[in-house]
Design a protein around this ligand. Sequence first.
Ligand SMILES: Cc1ncc(C[n+]2csc(CCOP(=O)(O)OP(=O)(O)O)c2C)c(N)n1
Ligand code: SF4
Length: 288
Amino acid sequence: MNDTNLLIKDLTGYPPTWCPGCGNFGIIRAIRLALAQQNLTPSDIFVTFDIGCSGNMNDFLNANSMHTLHGRAIATAIGIKLAHHTKPVLVVGGDGGLYGEGGNHFLHACRGNHDLTIIVHDNMVYGLTTGQVAPTANKGYKSRSTPSGIIETPINALALAISQGATFVAQTFANDAKHMAEMITKGMQHKGFSVINILQPCVTFNKINTFEYFLKRSYKLVDHDAHNMHSAIIKSLEAMEEKFPLGVLYENKDRLPFHEELLGMDGNDTLLSSQRYTDYDILTQRLS
Ligand SMILES: Cc1ncc(C[n+]2csc(CCOP(=O)(O)OP(=O)(O)O)c2C)c(N)n1
Ligand code: SF4
């Protein structure tokens, strides 16, 4: 076994309980691949998981991790990053948890440019609770919670992230582990708030947004200037025409991540260092 395969084995937890054919199988493969290719062991990283089929990955991926409350995975990750900013912190959750219940946290984490990598399983439904509409569902989508069709228009998470201050925004598709791993690695290597939106078919409860649906409507970005916010927003708006660009839509390397702007947080000095916590004279000197 080569080093990458050994690391993948280390990162492997219990066997997944997802429905056969679920897009989540590809996503976990890609996450393990991205981590192993960066030589990261389970103890080199922190991961917070939201609640949902996506968040159940907490049991299937070996890592320092926390299975948080629904919609609270980003808030928890911000705390972990501030306390221990020297390690990469990932967030794994569904479009319901991260854009719905946790939408407020998402929005303000973009503004803060917190150095986190957010991996969103975007399946347009609430999978774990058996298929109610998520905020990304298209207007008119019929589900158990909206038998006559949803009245609201879908949230455009990519446009929202770009316009609210996220500094790395990418989209990928659950049928392409290599592309997902590449986007996750790029997101992790970016210093700042990175969002990886993964189009993830829920084969049991979403009979509209299937693998075939995304295959027909997605395409890889070529000759796209990811450093141009205007072009990135234009690309993100293609979702309104049910077109899904795959790749890095937006990247801004000019902004510092939140923890680097925090007073006195430099180098390897973390909030966990006992001196910072207990020596109030030092703290007052820094504040004066
Ligand atoms: C505050 C709160 N509201 C609702 C629930 C019930 N609940 C559990 S999972 C879930 C839906 C999860 O959907 P999503 O976040 O899209 O993840 P998926 O299961 O699709 O991966 C809901 C509504 C909860 N656990 N906590
Ligand atoms: S309910 Fe949907 S998202 Fe959840 S495991 Fe089954 S196919 Fe996957």
